[in-house]
Design a protein around this ligand. Structure first.
Ligand code: UDP
Ligand code: MG
Length: 316
C-alpha cells in the first residue's frame, strides 16, 4: 500500500479552500478505507504567498485534522514553483507517490483511484489528460490546442491536453529534484525523466468558486516560458528568416539593376520606406527573441533559490 500525498498549490484561494479540503479529505478517507493508501497519507497545501486568509484556513484545518498539512512560501513564486516546493516536501516526508492538483478542483478527483492503480502496476508517472475541452471558452480552447501543436512543431515533448494533474512516484520525484532550472516548466521536464508512464483520461469541470489566478498576462508569460525553456528553434527560425531576406534582397538587387539599365527606374519612395519599417521591426523582434534567451541564461547563472518555505505543518 502506498503513502499518497496530494499536493495543492494555493494562491488567494480562500473562496474554494474550505470546500476543497472537505472534498479531498473525503477522497483520502475512502482511499485509506479501501486499502489504496496508508494512514500516513496527507494532503499538502502550499500557500504561495497569498494575501487573503488562505494560510489561516490551512492552519485551522490542520489543527483539527491530522491529514491536512501545509507549507507557507515567503513570497508569491507562481504556480510552478509552488508545486515544486510541495512535491519536494512530500518527497522529504517519505511519500511513495504524490498527486498534484489545483485548489479549484477543476480536475476530476474521482480518477485518483485510477492514478494509484497505474502506480501499483509499476508506472512512475501518470498523466491526467483532458478528453475534451467543451467547457472551455472558444478562445482558451483554440489558443491552448494551438499551443500544444506549436510546441510539438518546435520539438518539445509535452503531453497533449495535460496540465499539472499527475501522479509521480518517489523515484520520479528524486529524478525531478535533479533538474535545477530556475525557469520552471514542469510539463516539459516530467517527460524528460523517462521512467514508465501512463495516461488517465478525465473531464475537466469549471471552477466552483473564486476566479482564475491565471489572467491572460500570466498565461502568455507561461506559454513563452514553456517554449524558450525547452527549445532553441526560435533562434534557428531567426537565422533562417535572415537567410531568406538575404536571398530576396539579391533578387531585388538584380531587379533594380535590370530596371536601371532598361531605363525604367522610378524613385520608389513607398517601397523603400516599407522595407525599412519592415526590416526595422523584424530586427527588433529578433533581438527581442535573442534577448529572451540571454535573460534566461542570466537567471539560470544566478541560480537563486526557487522558493523559500517560511512555515511548515505536517503532523505525524
Ligand atoms: N496558483 C499558485 N500561484 C500563482 C497562481 C496560481 O499557486 O501565482 C495556483 C492556484 O491557486 C490554483 C492553480 O495554481 O490552485 C491553478 O490556477 P487557476 O485555477 O487559477 O488557473 P486556471 O485553471 O484558470 O488555468
Ligand atoms: Mg483552475
Amino acid at each position: 500500500m502506498p503513502t499518497v500525498y496530494f499536493v495543492i498549490p494555493c494562491y488567494n484561494e480562500e473562496e474554494v479552500l474550505p470546500e476543497t479540503i472537505k472534498r479531498l479529505n473525503l477522497k483520502l478517507q475512502t482511499l485509506i478505507e479501501s486499502g489504496k493508501a496508508t494512514d500516513d497519507s496527507r494532503m499538502l497545501f502550499v500557500d504561495d504567498g497569498s494575501k487573503d486568509k488562505t494560510w489561516s484556513i490551512i492552519t485551522e484545518h490542520s489543527n483539527e485534522n491530522k491529514f491536512v498539512g501545509g507549507i507557507k512560501l515567503a513570497h508569491n513564486r507562481g504556480h510552478q514553483n509552488a508545486l515544486l516546493s510541495g512535491l519536494m516536501t512530500a518527497k522529504e516526508n517519505g511519500c511513495d507517490c504524490a498527486i498534484s492538483l489545483d485548489a479549484d478542483l477543476q480536475d476530476d478527483i474521482n480518477v485518483i483511484d485510477q492514478f494509484i492503480d497505474k502506480y501499483l502496476e509499476g508506472c512512475e508517472v501518470v498523466y491526467g489528460v483532458r478528453n475534451s475541452r467543451k467547457k472551455d471558452t472558444f478562445f482558451k480552447r483554440t489558443t491552448a490546442q494551438g499551443y500544444y501543436k506549436f510546441m510539438k512543431f518546435l520539438g518539445v515533448d509535452i503531453v497533449y491536453n495535460h496540465a499539472d494533474y499527475r501522479l509521480m512516484g518517489s523515484k520520479a520525484l528524486d529524478a525531478l529534484s535533479e533538474y535545477k532550472e530556475v525557469n520552471l516548466f514542469l510539463r516539459g521536464i516530467v517527460p524528460l525523466i523517462g521512467y514508465r508512464c501512463d495516461y488517465v483520461y478525465y473531464e475537466r469541470n469549471e471552477r466552483f468558486a473564486g476566479e482564475s489566478k491565471y489572467p491572460l498576462k500570466k498565461m502568455i508569460k507561461f506559454a513563452i516560458d514553456g517554449i524558450t525553456s525547452f527549445s532553441v528553434k526560435p533562434l534557428k527560425i531567426i537565422s533562417n528568416i535572415g537567410i531568406l531576406i538575404c536571398i530576396l534582397s539579391v533578387i531585388g538587387f538584380i531587379y533594380a539593376l535590370i530596371s536601371f539599365f532598361t531605363g525604367n527606374a522610378i524613385a520608389g519612395w513607398a517601397s523603400t520606406i516599407c522595407s525599412i519599417w519592415f526590416l526595422g521591426g523584424l530586427q527588433m523582434l529578433c533581438i527581442g527573441i535573442v534577448g529572451t534567451y540571454v535573460g534566461k541564461i542570466y537567471n539560470e547563472v544566478k541560480a537563486r533559490p526557487r522558493y523559500r518555505i517560511e512555515e511548515k505543518i505536517i503532523k505525524k
